[in-house]
Design a protein around this ligand. Structure first.
Ligand code: SF4
Length: 338
């Protein structure tokens, strides 16, 4: 394969013809398919690999040969985006593929045919602290820490009085990691609320209207809290305030990069922004994607040894053949950049 250069992609004749008509960015040449010992008409692409792949997927979809004739993988270029593209929306820089709607419905049908109820904390502050406890913890340990914390401090005012050292000791007594860091976050949030909002509550977030402007006001108020990052903000908005945020966890991000929905070089914040741009703006669709996407990444598109043969997204996935051929199965994900 290395003899014909990269990036490239090989198609059958019909798809190839459509491709060169549509793009004019590739030149035809005969390439040998060494795996099957046959000869193919193919294209050696000489411009942006991502644009080529998108166009190819659209043509394959239209030609009804979706995925069947894309025999060679077109790698994602690792170079950083051009300065001129920085101001463009991510959804324009990297449009979703034609199968994006099918991706959403297959994930939901497979992993979340019935959605769990959203969280029911009386005050979103409880949801925020529960979210902080879940970071770098298993669900079981986070729940244990939550139970110990709320038993020790029936009112958050007691935690504020106890200070970060007391909160840390409480968390440590329940096991789990990063107790000091989480104690500092929790104490910092409580102190901030006391100083700037006159009380230990986030109920005021529910009073912002359920409009794009109201969602943005809630987002900004959460982001202003010390130690609260974009993922935590999005989780609280989605789970505790029923607002259409789009949190993307590591499981979703890994699968999105393997599916080449987003470039491998994008960081988690950029991936989250992309999803927020391309997803329908209603709460339920976003909630369903988050639930099903996390389950898909955790149960099927696992970090090591993903279960590609049983994956409902296999026919869309350029990485499936790589894992199935065993070219990458024994290597660490970090080596593969996704
Ligand atoms: S086919 Fe494999 S690599 Fe692709 S999304 Fe499914 S499990 Fe992940």
């Amino acid at each position: 394969m290395s003899s014909i250069g990269r990036p490239y992609r090989v198609f059958d004749k019909k798809v190839s013809q459509l491709f060169v008509e549509r793009t004019g960015t590739a030149r035809r040449e005969r390439v040998q398919n060494t795996e099957q010992d046959g000869e193919w008409s193919g294209w050696r692409c000489c411009s942006d690999a991502r644009a080529i792949r998108r166009t190819a997927q659209e043509i394959e979809h239209e030609a009804g040969v979706w995925g069947e004739h894309s025999l060679l993988r077109c790698p994602v270029p690792s170079r950083s985006p051009q300065a001129s593209s920085k101001s463009r929306p991510l959804s324009e820089q990297n449009p979703p593929p034609v199968w994006f709607g099918e991706y959403l419905s297959r994930l939901r049908d497979t992993y979340a045919p019935e959605l769990p109820p959203p969280r029911q904390f009386p005050d979103p502050l409880g949801g925020l602290i529960r979210t902080i406890l879940s970071q770098q913890n298993t669900r079981r340990v986070a729940q244990r820490q939550w139970e110990v914390l709320t038993a020790t401090y029936p009112q958050w005012e007691a935690a504020l009085l106890d200070g970060p050292d007391g909160i840390e000791a409480t968390l440590k007594s329940a096991g789990g990691g990063l107790s000091r860091m989480k104690a500092d976050y929790i104490y910092g949030i409580l102190a901030h609320l006391q100083e700037h909002h006159g009380g230990l509550s986030l109920r005021f977030l529910r009073e912002f209207p359920h409009t794009p402007e109201g969602h943005e006001q809630a987002r900004q108020a959460l982001a202003a809290l010390p130690g609260v990052g974009h993922k935590t903000v999005a989780l609280v908005l989605l789970f505790d305030l029923r607002r259409p945020a789009m949190p993307v966890d590591g499981n979703m991000e890994r699968a999105a990069k393997r599916l080449e929905l987003v470039p491998a070089a994008w960081n988690s914040h950029k991936v989250e922004r992309w999803y927020a741009e391309v997803m329908p703006a209603d709460w339920e669709t976003r909630f369903a994607l988050h639930i099903s996407g996390v389950r898909h990444g955790r149960d099927t598109c696992r970090s090591k040894h993903p279960l590609c043969p049983q994956c409902p997204l296999r026919e869309f996935c350029p990485s499936a053949s790589i894992f199935e051929l065993g070219e990458a199965g024994e290597r660490e994900p970090s080596e593969l950049e996704w």
